[in-house]
Design a protein around this ligand. Sequence first.
Ligand code: EPU
Length: 352
Amino acid sequence: MDARLPLIRNVLMERNRSLAELTTFGLPACAEHFVSCTSVEEVREALEWQRSKEVPLHVLGGGSNVLLAADLPGLVLRTAMEGVEELSREGGRIRVKVGAGVPWHAFVMTALERGWYGLENLSLIPGSTGAGPMQNIGAYGVELEERFASLEAVDVSTGEATQFSHSDCAFGYRESVFKRALKGRFIITSVTFELLESPALRLDYGAIRSELEEMKIQEPTPRDVSDAVIRIRRSKLPDPAVLGNAGSFFKNPVVADDVARTLKEKHPDMPHYPAPGGVKLAAGWLIDRSGWKGHDRGTHGVHDRQALVLVNKGGAKGSELLTLAKDVQDDVHARFGVALEREVNVLPVEAG
Ligand code: EPU
């Protein structure tokens, strides 16, 4: 039987589509129905179909921050809008609109080539541009929200396109309104950034300076900073093309001042950073100190160079990775009294 069925007008629908190669974890799971949408119009058509059939909807972007725990019933809608467009220039700031499906790192490289600055520190983050605002991606002292202007999203229940300003998004550390109050209610179709004509380098994150020193660079350009970030990431984080993973599996926990004080007394070498609402601890350090770094369960385990990353070594199931994650969470809680929250999104949602 032909697995491809025409949907309404333009959109092709696939049935029982494997999703393993569309996610960086590479876990086995199928979509009952699957569409890849390259325009707002196609998103609307797919949503019309989904509403008329009254089936569950799951949205997939670049697939780099998702754990597939089981097959997905209903419709999986993948956002694949292309395009990088300069909208305007004013006062040294350049507005650039990017399709949600554009791979994030490809966009960062395009920005560097065009002389649009401010995203260097976010080089080599996997995933699509549309997924960036969802969890306010961040690395090496910079978060996406600092260069964010607005985004367009389609309302899942009405099919209407809506614009979200910076404040509408309620950004926080790996957080936005799309992970909280509006979870599952909008599909991001494009993101507009405000980038800089003149470089404004951010070297405050220690590892960048030491990497630049090692590269023997004294007066770095934005390209040098990007290269340094790429070198650091390659040395610590596994390449999803080689070893399945979804980057940091847990968020760095923020604890109350008194909790942090007690922990620091017991563990003077524990990394800690001031944060809104308390003190941010390094989940990777807590997991490492609990003895999990390099933990091996045959098909899956904990990465041996960064304890915050869980890996699929080949043939693992999503449910097994969730069990490992729970074991890590329970053990860290028993040893340090700190609760680790997942950073990765689990699909189907109820399985999380
Ligand atoms: N650490 C250990 N052992 C480990 C890992 C870390 O002791 O196995 C210690 C490090 O020595 C350091 C501290 O923990 O003192 C923090 O480590 P690192 O600077 O590597 O950063 P991270 O907190 O582990 C966060 C982000 C990463 C981001 C880096 C760099 C989160 C959840 N993770 O990791 O983001 O690349 O900072 O900015 O915030 C991602 O979100 O997928 C991701 C990779």
